[in-house]
Design a protein around this ligand. Structure first.
Ligand SMILES: CC(C)(COP(=O)(O)OP(=O)(O)OC[C@H]1O[C@@H](n2cnc3c(N)ncnc32)[C@H](O)[C@@H]1OP(=O)(O)O)[C@@H](O)C(=O)NCCC(=O)NCCS
Length: 185
C-alpha cells in the first residue's frame, strides 16, 4: 500500500536521490529550474511505501505573470522505476490538482511530455502567450485552468514567486560562499 503525504524535511534526501535517478545529473540545467531554485514550494507531496520509503515525489511552485493570478508551476514529478505503470504517477497528479484547486489556485503550468500530461487536461493552447526564462520546446509547455479562463489573458515572461528558501538565503549571504552561489545561478 502506497500512501501520499505532504512532504516533510526528512524526505529531502530520498527525494533528491529519486530525482537524480529519474532525470539524471543535468536536471538542474532545465529552464523550469530557474523558476524553482532558491524558492520554497507552494505544495509538495511524497509517496511512501509500506516501509516508509519514498517512492514518488511531486512539487508545485508559485509563479507570477501578467494577466493571471495564483498560478502554480508543476514539477518535477517522478516515481521510482520499480513502482511505475501502477497508477502512482496519476494518483500524485490527481492529489496535487485537487489540493491546488481546494487551496484556490487558478491554473497550473508545466514543462513536460504532453502525451503523459494531456490525460489530466493539460494543453499547449493555454501557454501560447507565455515565455519562460530560458529555452523551451513549446510542444512541452502546457497549462491547465482550475478556474474558468484563468489563463485567458496570461502573457509575457513567467517569473519565480513565493517564499525564498532560508537555507539558500544563508548560502547567498555567507561571504565565503558568494562566488559559489553566483556560479551556481
Ligand atoms: C512519468 C512517471 C512519473 C509516470 O509514473 P507512473 O507511476 O508510471 O504513472 P502511471 O502509472 O500513472 O501511468 C503510467 C502510464 O503512463 C505512460 N507514461 C509514462 N511516462 C510517459 C511519458 N513520458 N509520456 C507518455 N506516457 C508516459 C506509461 O507508458 C504508462 O502507460 P500504460 O498505463 O499504458 O502502461 C514515471 O514514468 C517517471 O517517474 N518517469 C521519469 C521521470 C519523468 O519523466 N517525469 C515526468 C515526465 S515529463
Amino acid at each position: 500500500m502506497i500512501e501520499i503525504v505532504d512532504e516533510a524535511p526528512a524526505h529531502t534526501g530520498a527525494r533528491e536521490l529519486l530525482l537524480d535517478r529519474a532525470f539524471g545529473p543535468d536536471r538542474h540545467q532545465k529552464t523550469s529550474e530557474r523558476l524553482r531554485e532558491e524558492r520554497l514550494p507552494a505544495l509538495a507531496f511524497a509517496a511512501l511505501d509500506a516501509t516508509g520509503d519514498l517512492v514518488g515525489t511531486l512539487r508545485l511552485w508559485h509563479v507570477a505573470m501578467e494577466g493571471a493570478q495564483s498560478v502554480l508551476l508543476l514539477g518535477p514529478l517522478a516515481v521510482e522505476a520499480a513502482c511505475r505503470s501502477e497508477g502512482l504517477g496519476a494518483r500524485l497528479m490527481r492529489h496535487a490538482l485537487n489540493r491546488a484547486s481546494v487551496a484556490g489556485y487558478s491554473a497550473i503550468i508545466l514543462v513536460g511530455d504532453a502525451p503523459y500530461y494531456n490525460r489530466f487536461g493539460f494543453s499547449g493552447d493555454l501557454t501560447q502567450g507565455l515565455d519562460l526564462p530560458g529555452p523551451v520546446d513549446r510542444a512541452r509547455f502546457l497549462g491547465l485552468e482550475l478556474q474558468p479562463f484563468a489563463l485567458g489573458s496570461a502573457r509575457g515572461l513567467v517569473l519565480p514567486s513565493g517564499f525564498l528558501d532560508p537555507v539558500c538565503e544563508d548560502v547567498v549571504q555567507a561571504p565565503s560562499l558568494q562566488g559559489y552561489a553566483k556560479r551556481a545561478a
